[in-house]
Design a protein around this ligand. Structure first.
Ligand code: ATP
Ligand code: MG
Length: 432
């Protein structure tokens, strides 16, 4: 079923601004009934929010699959044992939620899955011939953040896509890294976002092999520096080259060195950013202590070269709203909108209006156009306010005058333009 009736749906919108929300995306997510807080940094995903989350997840999945990564699902709960092997158990500190089961075994709620994926790998992969390999999953994480805030942007429980690459040598690892780099540009572009790859902290290994993907937004938590030339680049172009992109300067604050910055002052931009993804090469940091080795062509055993690649799936819902809203509410980009069309019946008590609206529903449903049909008895003003708040890309408005002349109004949420059209023309516009 592509059509959902509002009278039978669950859409708990708020008329007032919630006091606890400091930034616009958090405010709008609460007001539009996308989420509801369960505890600090832990959220319920209500029907509309859940639909958006699934859309984003699906785009991420398609681009990972296209790039050759293979989807698995690792658990949320992990044995502490793996983390003791890698040496991270004590280092991770209070951000890790540690649990004991009934047998008094030490467990934890995974903040990330390097150890887990290495354990899968080491039991099955023995030869360089089985490489390269990239395994990913989309799974809830828990990090007991000291200051959860801004709604889903910095949650304690959050949904992440994390991929892990395995290669025989550094050259292979570099190829895997660049492959993910390009997949990330495509992924964010499909959601209507321009994410700038920024040189990020790469740990003791060094090199240029850690990038954060940052969406510029005044409410972002990161401070970033970049070459103004980025503003003229088409980051979504199919043939965009990693080399070309990494030649241009862009760095997060921790990596920015004013003394050594190659960009002249007039071309250097300082801005705030939301980190929506992070890719990272870390060599044998986990494979060596955990014994994930393969035999090379020369018969020698070597620890496998790895990288990890995260995307903040639930954070993206907030990030997209930061980029797409106006004073009346959210303005969803089509690929992630919870419904493409809001069908507003202004007078459900009027037989002509309702007949026309029902006919329209049938046609939209057949055409597979995801539609939220407002068949409620609310006043017109309230109906429009709700539709504008929840930000569906298209509104189809049916009123008594149009119903008699066979016309409906098609309105674009993005630019507000409205046209009177017959139902055929509406279908054509939406599907053609
Ligand atoms: P941050 O610096 O924002 O804490 P991080 O460097 O700890 O992020 P990673 O471990 O690289 O993040 O996680 C991959 C992605 O998961 C991040 O790019 C971000 O989009 C998302 N993410 C990380 N922490 C959170 C959180 N607390 N809430 C929501 N999303 C998060
Ligand atoms: Mg963090």
């Amino acid at each position: 079923m592509s059509v959902v009736r509002l009278s039978r749906y669950f859409l708990p919108v708020l008329r007032e601004d919630p006091a606890e929300a400091e930034i616009v995306s958090h405010r709008l997510m609460l007001r539009a009934g996308l989420i509801q807080q369960a505890a600090a940094g832990i959220y319920n995903w209500l029907p509309l929010g859940f639909r958006v989350l699934k859309k984003i997840e699906q785009i991420v999945r398609e681009e990972m699959d296209r790039a050759g990564a293979i989807e698995i699902l690792m658990p949320t709960i992990q044995p502490a044992q793996w983390w003791k092997e890698s040496g991270r158990y004590d280092d991770y500190g209070k951000e890790m939620l540690r649990i004991r089961d009934r047998h008094d075994r030490e467990m934890l709620y995974g903040p990330t899955n390097e150890e887990n994926v290495v354990d899968i790998f080491r039991r099955h992969v023995k030869s360089y011939r089985q490489l390269p390999l990239n395994l990913y999953h989309i799974q809830w994480k828990f990090r007991d953040e000291i200051r959860p805030r801004f709604g889903v942007m910095r949650g304690r429980e959050f949904l992440m896509k994390d991929a892990y690459s395995f290669d025989y040598d550094f050259a292979g690892a570099k190829r895997s890294y660049e492959n993910m780099f390009l997949a990330y540009l495509r992924t964010f572009r499909r959601m209507g976002l321009t994410a700038i790859p920024m040189v990020a902290e790469s740990g003791p290994i060094g090199g240029n092999m850690s990038h954060e993907f940052q969406i510029l937004a005044s409410t972002g938590e990161s401070v970033v520096y970049y070459d103004a030339a980025f503003e003229e680049l088409d980051l979504a172009a199919e043939d965009v080259e990693v080399e070309a992109l990494t030649r241009l300067y862009a760095a997060v604050e921790e990596k920015h060195d004013p003394e050594r910055c190659p960009v002249p002052a007039e071309r250097l931009r300082k801005a705030r950013g939301i980190e929506v993804g992070h890719i990272f090469y870390f060599g044998t940091k986990y494979s060596a202590p955990m014994g994930a080795t393969v035999t090379g062509p020369d018969g020698r055993e070597v620890a496998v070269e790895m990288g990890s690649y995260g995307i903040g799936v639930s954070r993206l819902v907030g990030a997209i709203i930061e980029a797409y809203h106006d004073e009346r509410g959210i303005v969803w980009p089509e690929p992630v909108a919870p419904f493409r069309v809001g069908l507003v019946n202004l007078r459900p008590d009027d037989a002509d209006c309702t007949a026309m609206a029902e006919a329209m529903c049938t046609r939209l449903d057949r055409a597979g156009v995801e539609t939220l049909y407002d068949d409620t008895q609310e006043r017109a003003g309230a109906k429009f306010a709700t539709m504008e708040l929840i930000g569906l890309p298209w509104l189809v408005v049916i009123g008594p005058r149009g119903a008699r002349s066979g016309l409906v109004e098609l309105r674009s949420r993005r630019d507000g333009t409205a046209t009177e059209l017959g139902p055929d023309a509406v279908l054509q516009r939406l599907c053609g």
